[in-house]
Design a protein around this ligand. Sequence first.
Ligand code: TXA
Ligand code: MG
Length: 344
Amino acid sequence: KRWIVENDVDNKESYPQIVDAARILRENEVVAFPTETVYGLGANAKSDVAVDKIFKAKGRPSDNPLIVHISNKTQLKELVEEIPAAAEKLISAYWPGPLTLIFHKKDGVFSEKVTAGLDTVAIRMPDHPVALAIIEESGLPIAAPSANRSGKPSPTTAQHVIDDLEDRIIGVVDGGETGVGVESTVVDCTGSVPVILRPGGVTKEQLQEVVGEVGVDPSLKEGKGAPKSPGMKYTHYAPDAPVYLVDGTRGDVQKLVDEKKSEGLKAGVLTTDEFVDDYRADVVLSVGRRDDLNTVAHGLYDTLRAFNDRDVDIIFAEMFPEEGVGLAIMNRLHKAAGYRVIKS
Ligand code: TXA
Ligand code: MG
């Protein structure tokens, strides 16, 4: 079942769907809904039965913990042991918003399955009227990973959710395309210096403005070592065809395409609006505008998914500067490419 919901939740047309979705959550079933980053697959965080349904529907490894979503800041105190000073500052600056914070959890207030055996919990308050209204109406903390099959690019439209999970969930609340397009930034606030475990919608620069020094989990860089965020160790975001990042010029990309063509393979190129007409390849897709990386983040997952409909054998992707939201974009592209980079 798919429900169309206007982003104006005070609108009488949309309100029944929100009440419906909240009721489904209270009945310990799962339902997908939009957030400002990507679509989430929600379940009652207090119920083992409900949380289990998330792992089943996604085919997600049970050692990968979930983010708990809340609709107001006072809900936080019921879930965590303490709120460190750095977290307080980040919350005032960026909640609601694409920022997930890791806290020491309070025992016994939500399902152990949410945290996959860790003594910490990830919490965020999404900046999307539909998500906030559903959580508020449910009266529950809502565990919600991205609403994709494990390993696929995260969903940025209700159609993506349906493509991945149609036969596995009761429904998706359709709030149109998500805005940010990449997931929230995950920041560990349990140590002396806040550490980015997953780059995302709130940039490192934005975090630094508020708390000064910010660390980055070293395993993010090379994709080696044990990441502190368990989810980061899994293959992710990958289209069906292998992706290669090209650290070089557009001429280098064209050369690689020509080589594959001569081998009888169908090659795809992931580029931006500025250069989409410059390539000669079987499939050339633009992900957004290079002069505004927010558009690239917004279009990234839809573009990675679109290659699957075009039957390419191999995909060559341009790279982006790792500044601002570019850090999150490159993190997802590296993962989509299994960290394969062709240097010329
Ligand atoms: O934007 C988002 O964050 C989206 C929307 C739906 O809110 N959600 C999302 O959830 O991306 P998911 O499950 O796909 O990613 C959650 C990430 C994983 O990398 C997981 O390992 C990490 O957060 N995580 C969860 N709990 C953690 C914890 N206690 N310590 C460290 N990392 C944790
Ligand atoms: Mg995910």
